[in-house]
Design a protein around this ligand. Structure first.
Ligand SMILES: Nc1nc2c(ncn2[C@@H]2O[C@H](COP(=O)(O)OP(=O)(O)OP(=O)(O)O)[C@@H](O)[C@H]2O)c(=O)[nH]1
Length: 308
């Protein structure tokens, strides 16, 4: 917090914050809760946040741009390596990095690995967040706050603040926003009011389709599905025509996505269309096609074409 002279309005603050943590720690859900609208993709399966999605928290005297990154993890494929590179690039640029740890899971080597990585980015303010407090007892939350504080002291020279919150119930989400805003540097407004994300629409549409296509089959093809929006054109009678390719790695996966007689793909299309219409505020015709792109996760050329 800053001190202000009585009568002088507090200076405007602005900057960037990034929530990091193990896969499934609740980063995307908390980002959405802070921004107040669904912009990142949540999933009960780890590592679905492929794209850096920004949301903006607007206050009269401050603006916080949230950068949502994929979970830091040990890379096994080229895709994993690219994701990690992006995480480090992002972290080096932001003002605040908040380490998220779920209230209902013991702090382990994965959290320590990330905390140590944060120790190598000296510029930013580090905040500790205990997430999913609705899943734990008061006692557990208190113990987790102590454990996270201790981890910060051991590897980071201490967190600037440690805060518990539940993105699900909304409890303490405002406090998290206040704490993050209080650590921002003095600066001008970066975005016009009301603008929630600067992700290109096509990327957000692709993510909504990907989420719908993974529903119920995450165990079979969690990381084998890439989605590309080929074209979005205004059709007759104001219906937006959206052409989308779903890339899988093997024929068997194509079968899973399409389902018996195309039934599953039809269902995916219906669900995805609803969320795309909600996002864009217009009627949409979704044209989904499934294609096999062998080993796309390992092929630099294909990765580039798919936007990674
Ligand atoms: N009960 C409860 N569940 C939560 C809360 N926040 C997130 N979850 C659930 O935890 C799971 C993971 O949440 P995400 O927000 O996708 O986690 P993430 O850290 O972004 O995960 P990755 O994208 O894999 O890195 C989802 O099933 C969420 O619904 C919370 O506050 N309470």
């Amino acid at each position: 917090m800053t001190e202000t002279t009585p009568g002088t309005p507090a200076p405007h603050r602005s900057g960037f914050a990034c929530l990091v943590g193990r896969p499934n720690a609740g980063k995307s859900t908390l980002t959405n809760a802070l921004v107040g609208q669904k912009v990142a993709i949540t999933s009960s399966r780890p590592q679905t946040t492929r794209h850096t999605v920004r949301g903006v928290v607007h206050r009269p005297d401050a603006q916080l741009v949230l950068v949502d990154t994929p979970g830091l993890h040990r890379p096994r494929t080229l895709l994993g390596q690219r994701l990690n590179d992006r995480v480090h690039e992002t972290l080096a640029e932001v003002d605040i990095v908040a380490l998220c740890v779920p209230a209902d899971e013991k702090i382990g080597p994965g959290d320590r690995f990330i905390a140590e990585a944060l120790g190598k980015i000296p510029r930013s303010t580090k905040i500790g967040l205990v997430t999913k407090t609705d899943k734990a007892s008061k006692q557990q939350v208190a113990e987790q706050l102590l454990a996270l504080t201790a981890l910060g002291e051991q590897v980071l020279g201490g967190f600037a603040d440690v805060v518990p919150a539940s993105a699900k119930t909304g409890e303490q989400v405002d406090t998290v926003a206040d704490v993050l805003l209080s650590h921002l540097p003095v600066g001008p407004r970066l975005y016009p009011d009301g603008e929630l994300t600067d992700e290109p629409e096509a990327v957000m549409v692709a993510e909504l389709v990907r989420e719908a296509a993974l529903e119920g089959v995450r165990d079979e093809l969690p990381h084998s599905l890439a989605v590309v929006v080929e074209e979005m054109t205004e059709g007759e009678n104001g219906v937006l025509q959206v052409f989308v390719w779903l890339y899988v790695e093997r024929d068997s996966q194509k079968g899973i996505v399409i389902g018996k007689g195309g039934a599953r793909l039809k269902d995916v299309g219906t669900r995805a269309r609803r969320s795309v219409e909600a996002l864009l505020g217009t009627r949409v015709h979704l044209d989904l096609r499934v294609k096999v792109a062998k080993d796309w996760q390992r092929d630099p050329k294909q990765l580039q074409r798919l936007g990674f």
